[in-house]
Design a protein. Structure first.
Lengths: 251, 311
C-alpha cells in the first residue's frame, strides 16, 4: 500500500492578516505559516493505513514558505519519503498546483492519494478533485473514513446534517480528507530536529505550461469587521453581569 | 442576456435549499436570458415541479444517478454542460458541489471561482482565509461559480410555475469506479442541539480537551447544552452530534454563546439565525463578531468562572 500525501503551507489564521501594497495579495512579511490542517489529517490517515497494511507514505509539497519544516515534521511523524517540487509559483492557483503535482506524481508508483479536503486559500477550487482530474483518477471529497481491501477502498463521505454516504472506489484514487480517524499525532521539536539530520528531501523541478486558474484577482480586502457586535466593556465582573442580564432577557 | 445553469442538489430525495439560493441568483445573472436547472436522479422527474423559478429543467434519469455519486454526477454534468453550453454554471460549495466544481473546471477548461459570497455580472467575491479576507476576481464567460451556502436568499429561487422539462441521456456510466453503497443517518446523540433554547458553543480557542468540562458545567447551569465548531469534533473532544455548521447541524436557539470560535463561513452557516448571539474571542477582528449581537474580547478563562458565580 503506497500512499502519496500532497501537503501545503497556509497562513496561520491566529495572526492578523494584512493586504500588501499591490492591494491584491497578502502581506507576507509578518505572516506565520503552518501546514493546512486538513493535510495534517490526510497525513495522519495515511500513517494509520500504513500501520495497518504496510507500505510507504510519500509526502509531496510545492516549494514555498517554511515547506522544509513541514516536510521534516512529516518525516518525524513516520513518512518514508519527502519530495519538494520546485520551479512553480502557484499562489491562489490550485489549477496550477494540481498540474505541477500531477506532473511529478504520474511517474510514481502508488495506490492512493490522500490530501486535505480544502485549504483556506482555495480561490479556484479545492485541490483533490483538480489533481484527480489531471491524473485521470476517480475522486471523493469530504472523506471521514477510509478502509482498504485489496484494490478497493470503502470510503465515508460526509453530507450536511451529519448524514454520511458510503462509497466503494477502485484504486488508485484521490480522497479529500476532512478528518482522520484519530487526532493528528504530535511530534516533539527534538524529533523534528533529528528528522532534519536524517531524512532527505528530494527536489524535483516541474514545468507547468501557462494554463492555470484563468482568474484575475482585482483586489483583496478585509470584510467589514465588528459591524454586527456591540462590544461589552468594563471589568470582567461587569461583563459577566451584563451577559447574565442579556441571557435572562431572552428566557 | 445570459444562459445560466444551476446544478441541483438533492439528498434523500429532497431538493436542498442551496438549489433555490442558486436559482434566485441565476435569474438575476441571466438578465432576461435563460435559467436552466440540471437535475440528475432516478425517478425524480416530478421534482421539476418544485423548480418553478427556472425556465427549463434538464433532467437526466439513470440508476447510476439514484444517489449522489462523485463520479457519475460529474460525468453526467460534464456532458450536460457541453450540450447546453451555458455562459455561467452555479454550483454550491457543499459536500456534493466540492466533488463537481473543480472536476468540471479541469475537464471543460472553464474557470472556477470558489467560496463565492457575492456575485454580479463579471465579478465575484470569494471569501478566503476562514472569512478573514475577501478576494474580488474579474470573470468573463463562460465560468463556474461555487457559491457558499446561505450567501443568497432561497426565497428568490422559489416560485410557482411549470418549467419545460428537457430529458437528456446520461453518458455511459457502466464502468464507474465509484459505487454508492448506502446512506448512513447520524446516530442520535445524547442531546439534540437543534432543540435547545440555550447553546454554549466552543471552538478551537478553548485550547485543550481538559477545558471541556468547564463549558459543560456552564451549559448545565444555564439549562442549555454544549455545542461546538468543527475542529472540536475533528479532534474527538466532542461527538459529531454536537457540531454546529455546514457539515454539522443548523441551530436556531434563543441564546448562542460562542467561546473561542473565530467564525469561519462553514460555522456561521449553522448558527447565524440564532436570536441572541454573544461571542467571546480575544481576537477583536474575528469574523464571528460580524454576526454576533454582543462581543467580548476578555479572556474566556477569566470570564467563565465569573459567569458561573452569577448563575
Amino acid at each position: 500500500m503506497n500512499i502519496i500525501v500532497p501537503i501545503k503551507q497556509v497562513p496561520d489564521l491566529v495572526e492578523e492578516l494584512e493586504v500588501d501594497s499591490s492591494g491584491k495579495a497578502l502581506d507576507k512579511e509578518w505572516l506565520k505559516f503552518r501546514i493546512n490542517e486538513f493535510d495534517d489529517h490526510a497525513l495522519e490517515e495515511a500513517l494509520l493505513l500504513k500501520e495497518d497494511l504496510g507500505g510507504t507514505v510519500t509526502v509531496i509539497a510545492l516549494d514555498g514558505d517554511d515547506v522544509d519544516k513541514a516536510l521534516y515534521t512529516a518525516a518525524a511523524k513516520g513518512a518514508d519519503k519527502l519530495i519538494k517540487v520546485t520551479g512553480v509559483d502557484a499562489e491562489l492557483d490550485n489549477h496550477k498546483a494540481a498540474k505541477a503535482l500531477a506532473s511529478v506524481i504520474k511517474d510514481m508508483d502508488y495506490d492512493l492519494i490522500l490530501t486535505g479536503v480544502q485549504a483556506v486559500d482555495d480561490l479556484d477550487g479545492q485541490l483533490p478533485v483538480l489533481l484527480a482530474e489531471y491524473l485521470g483518477l476517480p475522486h471523493i471529497e469530504v472523506v471521514t473514513g477510509v478502509k482498504v481491501d485489496g484494490n478497493v477502498a470503502t470510503v465515508q463521505k460526509e453530507f450536511s446534517g451529519g448524514i454520511v454516504g458510503e462509497y466503494e472506489v477502485d484504486l488508485p484514487a484521490v480522497l479529500g480528507i476532512q478528518a482522520a480517524r484519530e487526532t493528528p499525532r504530535y511530534v516533539p521539536v527534538a524529533k523534528v530536529r533529528r528528522a532534519m539530520r536524517s531524512a532527505e528531501i528530494e527536489e524535483v523541478n516541474a514545468t507547468v505550461d501557462d494554463a492555470s486558474s484563468a482568474l484575475t484577482v482585482e483586489r483583496m480586502f478585509k470584510p467589514e469587521t465588528g459591524g454586527g457586535a456591540e462590544f461589552l466593556t468594563g471589568s470582567v465582573d461587569e461583563i459577566a453581569a451584563k451577559i447574565v442580564e442579556l441571557i435572562k432577557s431572552k428566557i | 442576456m445570459k444562459k445560466v445553469l444551476v446544478i441541483a442538489e438533492h439528498l434523500n430525495g429532497q431538493i436542498q435549499d442551496i438549489t433555490y439560493e442558486l436559482l434566485g441568483k441565476a435569474k438575476e445573472l441571466a438578465q432576461g436570458g435563460e435559467v436552466a436547472v440540471l437535475l440528475m436522479g432516478k425517478d425524480m422527474k416530478d421534482a421539476a415541479s418544485s423548480l418553478g423559478a427556472a425556465d427549463k429543467v434538464l433532467y437526466v434519469d439513470s440508476d447510476a444517478l439514484a444517489q449522489f455519486n462523485p463520479q457519475t454526477y460529474f460525468l453526467t454534468a460534464a456532458k450536460a454542460i457541453e450540450e447546453y453550453q451555458p455562459d455561467i454554471v452555479l454550483i454550491g460549495t457543499t459536500s456534493q458541489g466540492m466533488d463537481l466544481a473543480g472536476a468540471l473546471s479541469a475537464r471543460l477548461k472553464m474557470p472556477l471561482v470558489a467560496y463565492v459570497g457575492a456575485l454580479e455580472d463579471g465579478k465575484a467575491v470569494s471569501q478566503l482565509y476562514g472569512g478573514k479576507m475577501n478576494v474580488e476576481v474579474g470573470l468573463s464567460t463562460p465560468y463556474i461559480a461555487a457559491v457558499l451556502a446561505g450567501a443568497f436568499p432561497a426565497d428568490k429561487g422559489k416560485a410557482d410555475g411549470t418549467p419545460e422539462v428537457v430529458e437528456m441521456a446520461a453518458p455511459d456510466l457502466s464502468g464507474a469506479k465509484v459505487r454508492f453503497k448506502q446512506l448512513i443517518e447520524p446516530e442520535a446523540g445524547d442531546v439534540d442541539i437543534t432543540a435547545q433554547d440555550i447553546l454554549v458553543s466552543v471552538g478551537r480557542g478553548i485550547q485543550s480537551e481538559d477545558n471541556i468540562p468547564m463549558f459543560e458545567e456552564l451549559a448545565q447551569k444555564l439549562g442549555g447544552a454544549l455545542a461546538c465548531s468543527r475542529p472540536i469534533v475533528d479532534n474527538k473532544w466532542l461527538p459529531k452530534s454536537r457540531q454546529v455548521g455546514k457539515s454539522g447541524l443548523k441551530v436556531k436557539p434563543k441564546v448562542y454563546l460562542a467561546f473561542g470560535i473565530s467564525g469561519a463561513p462553514e460555522h456561521i452557516e449553522g448558527m447565524k439565525d440564532s436570536e441572541l448571539i454573544i461571542a467571546v474571542n480575544t481576537d477583536a477582528k474575528a469574523p464571528i463578531f460580524d454576526y454576533a449581537h454582543y462581543g467580548v474580547t476578555e479572556d474566556m478563562f477569566d470570564l467563565v468562572p465569573k459567569l458561573m458565580e452569577k448563575l
